[in-house]
Every structure is written in C-alpha cells, then in structure tokens.
Ligand binder design. Sequence first.
Ligand code: IVH
Length: 704
Amino acid sequence: MTDIPVGNLSESTARAELARLAKLLARAENAYHTKDAPIMDDAKYDSLMARNSEIEAQFPHLQRKDSPSLTIGAPVASGFSKVRHAVPMLSLGNAFSDEDVREFDMRVRKFLKIDGVIEYTAEPKIDGLSLSLLYKNGVLAVAATRGDGETGEDVTANARFVEGIPHEISGAPDVLEVRGEVYMRHEDFGALNHRQMQAGEKPFSNPRNAAAGSLRQLDASITKARPLAFFAYAWGALSAPLAKTQFAAIEQLERFGFATNGLTKLCTSPETLISHYRKIETRRANLGYDIDGVVYKVNDLALQARLGMRATTPRWAIAHKFPAETAWTRLESIDIQVGRTGALSPVARLLPVTVGGVVVSNATLHNEDYIKGLDSNGNPIRKGRDIREGDWVEVYRAGDVIPKIRDVDLSRRPKESTAYIFPTRCPVCGAEASRTEGEATARCNGGFNCDAQRIEKLKHFVSRGAFDIEGLGRKQIEAFVMAGWVREPADIFTLKRRYGQGENALAKREGWADKSAQNLFNAIDIRRHIPLNRLLFALGIRHVGERAAMTLAKAYQSWQGFLATMDAAQGHEGKAWDELNNIDGIGAVMAASVVDYFHEETTRNLVEGLVAELTVEDVVLQQDDASPLSGKTIVFTGTLSQISRAEAKARAEMMGAKVSGSVSAKTDILVAGEKAGSKLKKAISLGVKVVSEEEWLALADQTR
Ligand code: IVH
C-alpha cells in the first residue's frame, strides 16, 4: 500500500493505511526511545510521517485519535526517562558574610518566636550534583537527578555504581527517599582526565562536570568505569520518620549504609556556626574533594516543619558560601545587550581566563554608572576608577551567576585608552535610549519595534517557569524572528497553521525534518492549556516575577476574573484597584504596572491575540478539601503572642487560605490579636467572623 500515491487512495484504503501507519510509527517511536533496537532509520521514519500527514490533509475527517501527527512528540532529549519527584528537590538560600549568618539565625527566631537557644547542624556544601534515591521495602527502586527540582532524569542503573549508595537496606521504612550529592574525588578526577587524554578525548574542566558527565551516561557500563562517590545529607518522601533531629536522621542514614560527611557538627549559636565554617575553610584544600561552602540547618525537625519553605528554598537552612575565586585578565571590548524590557546591559568581553575551574570570557558591567566607578547612589566604587576597553580587570564568580568585575589595574592601562562612552541609542534598532530620573538603567524606547526586545520577550515567554515549550529555545526563537515567522507570542500557536505544510513548511527549513517539525508542533499544542500563573509570568510584565504571577493567579483564580478586575482598575482607583493593592505581596508599583499593561493598546491586543489560541486553566488553591480554610480570605490584626505573623501567614496559606492585608466584605475570618484596632471595628461592622489567636490556633491545628 505504501506504493500507492496518496492522490489515488480511496477513502477505505486511506482509512486502512492510516491505521497501519499509526501502528507502525508508534512501534518505531517506542523502539527509538527505549533505545533497544530502532526498527527503521530516520529517513524512512520521516517519509512515513510525511505520508501520514499527506493522507490526513486529503481526508481530514479520517484523522485518528491515535494519529502519529497528534501523539508522537515529547522528544526525550537525552534518552533518559523522566521522574517526577514526589517531594520537590529544593535549593538553598545563600549567606556570603558572617553578618548574613547572624541574620539567618534572627529570621529563624523571629519566625518561630523563640528567644532561647536554637540548635543547628553545620556541614560542608559538596560541589557535585544532587541525586534522589527512592528505596521501596529496603531496595533501591529509582535514582533520579534533580532536574528542575520537580522532574529529574532516571539514572537508576548508573547510581548502582556509585560508592556510598547501598543497594539494599535492612530495617528501613517501606518508603525511604534519600537525597545527597554525587561527587568525584580529586585523585580520581586527575586519573580520569589522564585516561581521557591518552584516549584522545577532551579532559573535563572540573570534578563537578566530570561527576555529572559520568552519572548521566546512557550506557551504565561507562558510569561503572568512573569512580563516583556519594554523601547523604537530606531526604524526601518517608513512610515513617527517621528521627527527631537532623543530626540523628543523618546518623540513621549512616547506619543504613549511606556515606555521610564526617565534618557535620552540631552548633548552638551563629558564632559556633561561623567558627565551624572557618575550620572547614582551613581544611578545604586538603579534603580531597570540592566544596563551595558550609550548609546550616535547624536541627529540630519539628521546627523545620514549622518553618516550612518559600517558593524554592527552605526557611530552615542556608548555604554559607566561600568567597568567590578571582583572576586577572584583559577586557577586550564592551558590548551592549538589549534585554526584554529594553534595558541596555553592558557586557565585558574578556580574554578567556580560568576562574575557579571554569573558563570565563564574559562578565557583566551592570550599567553606565558602574563602568564610570559609581554605585547606585553616585558614591565612588573601586575608589572611583572607571573601566575601559583594553584594561586589565579582576574577574570573580560567585555561585553559578554570571561573572563580575571587582577591580581594574590602572598601572597596566594602555596610554592611548579613552573613557567608555555609553550609547544614547539602541545598538539593535537605533531608537533613542534614555534613563529615567533616579534609575541606573538606560532603556531602548523602541518597544515592540525593536528586534532585540522582541526576541528577549519571546525567549522569556517560552522559558521554564513560563510556557516551557520543549524544543523551542533561544536558537529557534532567534531564527523564527529573523525569518519573520514569529513576531509576538500568538504567532507561536499559529505556526503549524502557517508552516505545517506546503512549500514553506518548517520541515523544509535547514536543520529541520518532518519528525522534528512535528515534535515542535506537538510540544506547542501541549501548551495550549496553560495555568493562569504561568500565562501571567510569561507575558513579562515589569515587576511581575514567577512569585507575583502566582500571587495574582491565586487571588483571582480565573483568567476572566483577573481580566475583569484589571479593566475595572484602569483608573487606578475604585474597588477593584483597592482590592488589587490589598493583596499580600502586591505593592503599588506592581499593581500600576499590571493594570497599565492590560490597558495599553499594544500589549492588550497582543494578549487578546494570544489568549484566543489558548485555554487558560484556573489556578486551584492548594487545598485539602477537608480543610475548612481552603479558599477563605483571612486577615490578621493586632499582636499575636504565640506565633509570629510570618508563621501565621505561612500556615494559613499552606491550608489553602488567602491572606489579605485589609478587611472588606470579602473577608471570611479576622484573626484579632491583642490591641486590635480599626480592622477589628471594621470587621464587626461588616459582620465578618472574628476569632481570637487561641481560636485560630485550634482551628489551624485541627486542619493540620
Ligand atoms: S541540603 C532542603 N546539604 O546544594 C535542603 N545541600 O544550593 C536541600 N548541596 O541542591 C539541600 N551539599 O545539591 C544540602 N550538605 C548539603 C549539600 C547540599 C551540597 C547542594 C544540593 C542543593 C544545592 C543547593
């Protein structure tokens, strides 16, 4: 049948052919992804996919629900299958100075309302990659990398070859998820690189990259040949608690057979944390493996639970980082990059230099004043020394962020050098670039007419916390914008209609084939259903980050509800405007920015065009349906005596409630502490339910 030209197929043969292709392509896809034995080559696959699409174009009503053009996609880029973490893998907030450590301790005390001693553990922060190990009935079942914290990659076969990871445990809870760091010792790293070079392969740039490259091997026998080790330092899902304290839990993991770090110490004050940090710092060079700081954790697990977490970091832990490493190099030129809000960001192009094991060739220069040697208040930095092209500069890296410049060596400044002149026009579109009074950043006034802004906005639109479209990254966005295929977000969703078939089909572009084009169209289709918070974040409204987008989404829940409020708040006054400003976490500047965004014609049209292509999903409040507090609006007023305001708020939110700063007819409960004043009066006059702190605690305990 393959040989019958599509134009000659009758309806019944077309139907049979579509069924055959669906089955065959599904088998091929499966064989390809499981990597066992592909049953056909790419060219054959592409031609069958094309035939399937061609038949569907002729007989659209015959398209099957399981048609390969609808179902095949979701490319598993790396070939690893994905694992969703039952408990997300968190990252840590950072402390860079002793003062930051004291502040961390104060924040913890304030949140918990504790004046007495708080115990902490202090342990090295291992510079490797984190791994989550799930044991079921004492047997290692799944090992997964961190990924984005929510979904990682399944590396179970490889994890079995890592030292310090037991394959079986006796006496463990039925479900035990152990988390820790995979790393490579210096000795082993040196030997591995030696072998790599002898085999004519590229050496790894540092032990962390070597560990990551070795663990993420599709062929586990390669991992086996690479000496990896593991330290356990945390856990995820558990069917029974390990202990009452962090320290005892880690001891328990050690008894189960996990390697744990011997430099873990129990401390009772910020000062003892800092002195342990100094001790570890002096030993750093002789440890035999890389560490990049010391992690402090509240020891009492009941207190950890009360402290809970912010968006991605726990309140009960912090990483005290070692000072950044620095290196001197020549600044060859200064380039200007244009960001999605039009901000002109100067970037230093450097003679490549190694800083802390990583080759650095770019560093941020922040803004015009920074280059001149001035801080945001106009006071001198670097003793007022400016930075010029051709200068020798000291570069440093703090964490994974983009490198920065600390200093400049005037004695090596070329005689002919001249001060850098910051551009007054956008280097991409030529529009005027100006600085608002009091702002350090110059912005291109080209708006949507500036290609650079357009590209950056679109890149943000498809980024991880936003639409996160698989296979649509920086490179593809740039190419589509340059080709004039995509000008605004809505265009992404009409790509298939415009370039799915025919002369100008995407599949015919260089670097694309039927399969990859189809994969992209499928990945785009998957995102036609989008939660409200992701949509709001994706729009790139000034001042609205991921967190604010979630706050707004939770407050209004539906797209219709949200938009109606924005419309009603247009004049920056009235009920809707007040309501918006009263949302906890939304300030006046952000409120104005959001309302104006939906009022301004260009952005409004852009959003309407986009939403027409989408189904915006309501944001369902985190709710335990049994919780009498889910969906309720709560206001706290007066002085709470037993728990802090921050803890009260965090707990209410955990139970699915919304916390607001002011009382209105929409308030469900007012929690009145001591010395409650005007809010209490207002609540009474509106007939809002008022409870005391004790009553509130009882209610919260009930719903735990
Ligand atoms: S605790 C909720 N302890 O650092 C606590 N993390 O910057 C989870 N890391 O993703 C982390 N050594 O990969 C913890 N002793 C240690 C650590 C450690 C290294 C890594 C871990 C984490 C990252 C956060």
